[in-house]
Design a protein around this ligand. Structure first.
Ligand code: MD3
Ligand code: FE
Length: 214
């Protein structure tokens, strides 16, 4: 039997929509430096369950790094320069993460992307993120870059209206997704993470989303 050549770095970029590119395994070569940087970030700004404006705690635990961080509380959603838990600035955006996001964005056609905010989403098996739009950033012409680590997840890739049916797309450890342009305001979410133990991260999925918020 003829075998295809072994592709150590996964398949080619996948164009999911005109301005949405999945880069399978793009972060794999940087996982250890990323995790080292993340450890420092979470030591300074621990993961926490933020409350929705309705008062309910979110299933996903989150934190931030960069000049701006996203917070949710009884007053609503917003980006702030200070961690309300410590009244200190959010930890700086690690260079390894900023550089990875810049390279991924450029590959997807967004040159010169310089993020100023990175949300850290932490999922345990069973945790989900319901369908939403990301519209708290100032400039929707700037893309968002997401890095998935740990347990796999199925993300819901919807349309510009909540009522449109969503496609289901697998996101695996090391995958990077870039979306911008007309896809920037698509509804999206994450299905409940299935049970499992990832060889490096254990019983968790971590998603980093890099944004230009300010
Ligand atoms: C863009 N995070 O933090 S990122 C968020 O995996 C957030 O933690 C998710 O949504 C997570 O705001 C998803 C990847 C993603 C998935 C679907 C999309 C980005 C998308 C659909 C349209 C546009
Ligand atoms: Fe989102």
């Amino acid at each position: 039997m003829i075998q295809p050549p072994l592709d150590l770095f996964g398949p080619e970029p996948q164009q999911l929509a005109p301005h949405t590119t999945l880069l399978p395994g793009f972060a794999l070569a940087q996982v250890e430096p990323l995790l080292d940087a993340l450890r420092l970030v979470l030591k300074a700004a621990p993961l926490r369950h933020m409350r929705t404006p309705g008062g309910l705690p979110m299933a996903v635990a989150l934190s931030n790094c960069g000049a701006l961080g996203w917070v949710s509380d009884e007053h609503g959603y917003r980006y702030t320069p200070f961690d309300p838990q410590s009244n200190q600035p959010w930890p700086p955006l690690p260079l390894v993460l900023q550089a990875l996001a810049g390279r991924a964005a450029a590959l997807a056609g967004f040159e010169g992307f310089v993020p100023d905010a990175c949300l850290v989403n932490h999922y345990r098996p069973g945790d989900r993120l319901s369908l939403h739009q990301d519209r708290d950033e100032r400039d929707f012409s700037q893309p968002i870059v997401s890095v998935s680590l740990g347990l796999p997840a199925v993300f819901l890739f919807g349309g510009l209206q909540r009522s449109e049916p969503a496609r289901r797309i697998a996101l695996n450890h090391g995958d990077v997704l870039v979306w911008g342009g007309e896809d920037r305001l698509r509804f999206h979410g994450v299905q409940p993470v299935g049970p499992g133990v990832h060889s490096r991260l254990g019983e968790r999925r971590i998603n980093l989303t890099l944004r230009k918020a300010g």
